[in-house]
Structures are given as C-alpha cells and as structure tokens.
Design a protein around this ligand. Structure first.
Ligand SMILES: Nc1ncnc2c1ncn2[C@@H]1O[C@H](COP(=O)(O)OP(=O)(O)OP(=O)(O)O)[C@@H](O)[C@H]1O
Ligand SMILES: [Mg+2]
Length: 147
C-alpha cells in the first residue's frame, strides 16, 4: 500500500486515521531518512488515539510514553542506540507485551528486535514537502550505524 502526501499536516492526518484502525498490541516500525517525517507520523498516531500529549523524539531517553489516549502509545527511537542490549535492557519485551501500541523510529537499525508481525512503514522524501508513505511487505535490511 502506498500513499502520497503533500505536507507535514497530511502525514499527520494519514497516521491519525491509521491509529483508529490499529489493534492494541500493534507494533509499528518507521523507516525513513533524517527529516522524512517519522516524528510527525507519531504525532498523528498519538492524536488518533486521542492523546493531547506533546510528541517529541525520545532522543536522549529511549522511550516516551503517551498515556492519555484510548491506549498507551510507546514511542521509541533507535537512532542513537549502539547495541541491541541497550533496548533489551530497558524492558523491551515487556513493552511488547503491554496492552498498548509501540512505534519505533529508525526501527531498521535493529530489525531483529522487531516482532514478526510488525507493521513496517517507510517514508520516502520527494520534491519539497511531498512524501510517499508505504506499508512494506517485509522487514527492511538492517541500516548501518550513524557517525
Ligand atoms: N510531508 C511531510 N511529512 C512530514 N514532515 C514533513 C513533510 N513535509 C515537510 N516536512 C517537514 O520535515 C520535517 C520532518 O521532521 P520529523 O522530525 O518528523 O522527521 P523525522 O523523520 O522524525 O526525523 P529524524 O530522523 O531526525 O527523527 C519537519 O520539519 C516537517 O515540517
Ligand atoms: Mg524523529
């Protein structure tokens, strides 16, 4: 499935309506270059779950939790993570077992940590503010570490 959007607002609106269709326990892996719009996608998910929490990339912590929606949304970002053990060490398996939704920016840094039934969404940057949102049929290849 592929969806074209023309602005950050449209990316958020797409994720907002997607959120309404998600079952509790869904895990979403976001893939896309720097500035593709992964955090905006998460903002839309949070809004769609009825959360008014400010959404920002959990860059220096590993996870932000938005608990004021219909179910908790656990927002991870693997960008600065060097070793999978850092993620496992904060209770990754427990988050996966929670009655909430897990969304991970840069999930392709550690695809092996992501469950088999992960919904993989790739955001590709086009001209200007254009983006292509694509539901991937399979997990992406592991992305290289960043300098
Ligand atoms: N169609 C679009 N969807 C999302 N963001 C867009 C779009 N067009 C322009 N933008 C802009 O691109 C930037 C996306 O920032 P955002 O933090 O969401 O990206 P990101 O993929 O999370 O980046 P990072 O890899 O640094 O975490 C914002 O400045 C946003 O306004
Ligand atoms: Mg981000």
């Amino acid at each position: 499935m592929e969806h074209q959007v023309a602005s950050a607002e449209e990316t958020m609106a797409f994720a907002q309506q997607l959120a309404g269709q998600l079952q509790v326990g869904t895990v979403i892996g976001l893939v896309g270059d720097l500035g593709a719009g992964k955090t905006h996608f998460v903002k839309g998910l949070a809004r769609g779950l009825g959360s008014d929490s400010p959404v920002s990339s959990p860059t220096f912590t590993l996870v932000h939790e938005y608990s004021d929606g219909v179910c908790p949304l656990y927002h991870f970002d693997f960008y600065r993570v060097d070793h999978a053990q850092e993620i496992e060490g904060i209770g990754w398996d427990e988050y996966l077992d929670e009655a909430g939704i897990v969304v991970v920016e840069w999930a392709d840094r550690f695809p092996a940590l992501m469950p088999q039934n992960t919904q993989w969404w790739q955001i590709s940057i086009g001209e200007g503010d254009a983006r292509t949102l694509q539901l991937l049929k399979q997990a992406p290849q592991p992305a290289a570490n960043h300098p």
